[in-house]
Design a protein around this ligand. Structure first.
Ligand SMILES: [Zn+2]
Ligand SMILES: [Zn+2]
Length: 319
């Protein structure tokens, strides 16, 4: 009991994360999406947006916004006020539907804001969805008529930019996936948080993209504090490597985190590091419970003494 309490104790938290969607495909209403804010600000940035309005509604039910000072707009209600007034932008890791569905379908009632992504991701959003066919073009880029609600901002790998009205900064890094995916290193003064979109492991993808991020984070850790990360584990260890399609298993995640640990001057920095597991693939197949199995396999493989968190939709987490 004492250990459990010690584990959940957060000393001087800096970041708040609301879990809008905790899983990878295929259950609509609970797809990859998180809200992140600095506790010095009342405004969030969305980390992917597979599920948006349902995620906000579920989080309201679980009192996740109880400490947020909200001036509820009569016309838009509580969920509408949170989406329109407190979510100031989107960081989109890649254009797969399970990461953008919530933003697309909510766009008619959303407020004006920025969408930040690598150029290839933004361009794919324009070609695939914001094209006047799959969906009206709510952005300020691509095929007219453009409704100019979303201002599209191209991020450049390794360049740090401010996220408007959040007090946060972001640096993007490319990830290996069937289409280009992205990791976002988010800064609040001397504190860091990292969100990884879908990614395969370097040992399978052979592009060394995660190694670039681990090297960057190890270097940043010399003068900043890494508060936690969200990273995917889509499949169980039994999944053959030729059928990963750019995703991780528990053992492959640990392989990557061992690479990170090997680069750290201060090995204690990874001890009890909060690692939030996203994108566990939901399945309709009866008799299988990937969440349970993946949790078990991560616990068995956790020889780095990480604080591994399997999040639930509607949960508030502090870092
Ligand atoms: Zn996905
Ligand atoms: Zn994907």
């Amino acid at each position: 009991m004492q250990t459990l309490q010690a584990k959940n104790l957060v000393q001087n938290p800096v970041f708040e994360v609301i879990v809008l969607g905790d899983s990878g495909g295929i259950e609509d209403g609970n797809l990859s999406a998180f809200l992140l804010r600095s506790l010095n600000s009342v405004n969030y940035v969305a980390l992917d947006a597979g599920t948006l309005v349902n995620g906000i509604n579920q989080s309201i039910k679980r009192q996740a916004f109880a400490n947020l000072p909200i001036h509820e707009n009569q016309k838009w209600g509580l969920a509408g006020t949170i989406l329109r007034d407190h979510v100031k932008g989107y960081l989109i890791s890649h254009a797969h539907l399970d990461h953008v569905n919530g933003m697309l379908v909510a766009s008619p009632e959303d407020s004006n804001k920025n969408v930040y992504a690598l150029a290839s991701v933004n361009n794919m959003m324009s070609e695939t969805y914001f094209n006047g066919k799959a969906w009206a073009n709510f952005s300020d880029r691509g095929i007219p008529p453009r409704l100019n609600k979303y201002h599209i901002v191209d991020l450049v790998q390794g360049e740090t930019v401010s996220i408007a009205e959040t007090g946060l900064k972001v640096t993007a890094f490319s990830l290996s996936h069937p289409i280009e995916s992205t990791a976002f290193v988010i800064e609040n003064d001397k504190d860091l948080f990292v969100y990884f979109g879908d990614t395969g492991p370097d040992s399978v993808e052979k592009q060394g993209k995660l190694d670039v991020i681990w090297t960057y984070l190890a270097d940043q850790s010399k003068h900043k504090k890494l508060r936690g990360l969200i990273i995917e584990v889509s499949f169980e260890n039994e999944r053959p490597h030729n059928l990963l399609f750019g995703h991780l298993t528990p053992n492959l995640l640990m392989e990557e985190l061992h690479n990170f640990a090997s680069k750290l001057d201060d090995k204690a920095a990874i001890n009890q590091l909060k690692v939030v597991i996203s994108h566990i693939k939901y399945t309709l197949e009866s008799g299988t419970n990937p969440r349970h199995k993946i949790k078990q396999q991560l616990t068995e493989a956790n020889d780095l003494n990480l604080n591994i968190i399997i999040p639930e939709q509607g949960q508030k987490l502090l870092f």
